[in-house]
Ligand binder design. Structure first.
Ligand code: CNA
Length: 320
């Protein structure tokens, strides 16, 4: 993707909110590229917002760069850093935002080609975005895998640990550590004295020993893409071998577009396809045809109002 990247020129004929509405109404194959900003109204912090973003709150961890929380080498060294932060971005309910509802509305109107999301909160599914319309570019919290034995579980199985900020360990590893012990004991019993048998028995019964089993078991890593890991193959496949030929409108919502390779998507799509940007602040490193700056829930609500579309959501105030 990097090789094909270039900063596209703006299309001169589009620049107002009504142009955006007209584009939405006529388009049939919209790519919606989303980031953490579409979930902040639900109380889930993004990364880079100045005072509320997760990165601004991580000074106390003594990291050189807050992104290290999501660095795969550091996770292998000390997973407790990630676990102490993960609880803050783990949604505590299945509530989704008006912006999620807007993407669902595009799907219902047969306009959604693909929602490429960088989010890991899995709320697109809660809003009813179909799996075949969704690419979770950075994976999600939906499942977790043991970094040692690759045993996979649903998020529910480690939810308690995640919410408590405790490192989740692999059940299968713990079971196999424990199963290995009776074998060891049998061998020793046949050779050892009664005293050594008793000593060993009391060691195996102790809570310390259980803690020890857990401590040597593999760490469960939620299936989110850390810095230093590859994106799912579906990301490139879908973008380059399917969507690139079909897309007729690009909507980028609630992302600072600072994480590659997702940030490079806008540069590889055909340059004649209009691109709209909805976020609180402008994006200085990409050329969008129309910037709709502000709270994304309010912006999509206004777009729908002008389009005459009925966007249903409990968080939309009547007079907004
Ligand atoms: P980011 O770099 O923090 O950027 C978020 C952008 O959204 C910023 O430009 C904000 O100004 C803007 N923004 C925040 N709230 C709103 C709002 N209500 N309306 C409009 N704009 C808003 O996050 P990115 O998504 O660009 O970075 C990619 C990272 C963030 C991915 O790897 C994610 O996994 C990661 N992340 C995800 C979540 C989540 O799943 N909810 C939460 C935090 C971080």
């Amino acid at each position: 993707i990097c090789r094909e990247l270039s900063k596209r020129a703006k299309l001169p004929q589009h620049n107002t909110i009504d142009d955006a509405v007209a584009l939405l109404k006529k388009s049939r194959n919209v790519i919606v590229l989303t980031g953490a900003g579409i979930s902040t109204s639900l109380g889930i912090p993004d990364f880079r917002s100045k005072e509320t973003g997760l990165y601004s709150q991580l000074q106390h961890l003594g990291l050189g760069d807050p992104q290290e929380v999501f660095d795969i080498s550091l996770f292998r060294e000390d997973p407790s850093i990630f676990y102490s932060v993960a609880k803050d971005i783990l949604p505590s309910s299945k509530k989704f935002s008006p912006t999620h509802a807007f993407i669902r509305l595009l799907q219902d109107k047969n306009k959604l080609l693909t929602n490429f999301t960088q989010n890991i909160d899995n709320l697109e599914g809660c809003a009813g975005i179909l799996p075949e319309k969704l690419i979770q570019c950075h994976g999600s919290f939906a499942t977790a895998t043991c970094i040692e034995c690759k045993y996979k579980v649903k998020c529910g199985e480690i939810y308690k640990e995640l919410k408590a900020g405790r490192v989740a360990r692999c059940d299968r590893c713990i079971r196999s550590v424990r199963q290995a012990k009776p074998g060891l004991k049998r061998k020793r019993i046949s050779k050892g004295s009664t005293a050594s048998r008793k000593k060993r028995q009391s060691y195996e019964d102790s809570t310390d020993d259980e803690d020890n089993d857990i401590a040597v078991a593999g760490v469960m890593k939620p299936d989110i893409t850390f810095f230093g890991e590859d994106l799912p193959a579906t990301f490139h496949d879908r973008l380059m071998n399917h969507d690139r030929d079909l897309v007729d409108l690009v909507l980028v919502i609630g992302t600072s577009l600072k994480v590659a390779p997702v940030s490079e998507v806008v540069g590889v799509l055909p340059h004649h396809v209009p691109q709209l940007y909805i976020s609180r602040e402008p994006c200085s490193h990409a050329n969008f045809d129309i910037d709709l700056l502000g709270d994304c829930d309010a912006v999509v609500t206004e777009l729908c109002r002008r389009a005459g579309w009925d966007l249903q959501h409990e968080m939309i105030l009547q007079d907004e």
